[in-house]
Design a protein around this ligand. Structure first.
Ligand code: MG
Ligand code: MG
Length: 293
């Protein structure tokens, strides 16, 4: 979509962000439980049950269940499936599968949303690079989630990192989003584009940043189930996501158990890291408030 007019972005108080942190930690725990259980022989429906137990056991609500009619608590997307795969007793994982798990939870009306891609069994040869590239691109984007930056500073950092990692396809047809009292809110957060455009990031905003990379071309196709998004050329894919809050102390990664400390430090330690442009925000182009999304 092309955004031509800025729409208001929900601003959270520190107390509200603290509740979002609780939701984020529930999501992190559920993803860890699912990833740990993703062994050859288990079905994606069994993984969904594990996630539901974790989420409800923590007193939270699985936000995906019933969302626009979605029938499960997590999305499980295997191999060429990029996002929004539906858990099923008929999908039995085998060694060498790539499994993307996307999970959302609500605590006290506030949302957390995160995703991770894991290999089932040992990581197949040649695929470690895809997973590393996608997760690294995510963290480069998260490092830009700071007051005074523009929204597409995140987008540009994600794409630049992905391209620097190799010839991966960067999916453009699905993007990240604002998050808070709803799972999907303004603004859309593209994983590509020029820096310095879109809304100014300010304290109290929260965003879900979620790059999707494929081994081949980035075009996607929707399966007949109306949910599952696959790569059009059938190439394998990865998807990583975190919910991040913009705070006075910088990015606070609400769905990372350590709040993002280690992931952000790794990005800042990389040569050519995008974490510290020294250009004053007001000196950079506003792009007239428009950006491609
Ligand atoms: Mg998600
Ligand atoms: Mg999301």
């Amino acid at each position: 979509m092309r955004r031509t007019r800025a729409r208001p972005i929900e601003i959270k108080t520190p107390a509200q962000l603290a509740i979002m942190r609780e939701a984020g930690l529930v999501v992190a725990a559920a993803l860890l439980a699912v990833a740990s259980a993703a062994e050859p022989g288990i079905s994606t429906a069994e993984l969904d049950a594990i996630a539901e137990r974790e989420i409800r056991g923590a007193g939270a609500v699985p936000s995906f269940q019933g969302y626009l009619g979605f029938p499960a608590c997590i999305c499980t997307s295997v191999n060429e499936q990029i996002v929004h795969g539906i858990p099923s007793p008929d999908v039995i994982l085998t060694a060498g599968d790539l499994l993307s798990v996307d999970c959302g939870a609500i605590v006290g009306g506030w949302h957390g949303d995160a995703a991770v891609t894991v290999a089932v069994g040992a990581v197949p040869p040649g695929l470690a690079g895809l997973l590393d590239a996608c997760e690294r691109a995510l963290w480069h984007g998260l490092a830009q989630a700071a007051a005074g930056r523009r929204l597409t500073d995140i987008s540009h950092a994600v794409e630049s990192s992905a391209r620097a990692s190799g010839g991966y396809g960067v999916v453009r047809e699905y993007v990240g989003h604002g998050i808070g009292t709803k799972m999907h809110m303004d603004p859309p957060v593209p994983n590509y584009g020029s820096p310095g455009q879109g809304p100014m990031l300010t304290e109290g905003m929260a965003l879900a940043v979620e790059p999707m990379l494929v081994l081949g071309r980035p075009q996607t196709r929707l399966l007949d189930d109306g949910w599952t998004v696959v790569s059009a050329d059938g190439s394998l894919s990865a998807h990583f996501e975190h919910t991040v809050a913009i705070t006075a102390d910088g990015p606070w990664v609400l769905t990372a158990p350590d709040g993002g400390t280690s992931g952000l430090a790794a990005v800042r330690g990389e040569a050519g890291g995008e974490a510290a442009p020294q250009v004053p925000a007001e000196a950079r182009s506003s792009g007239g408030g428009a950006y491609d999304a």
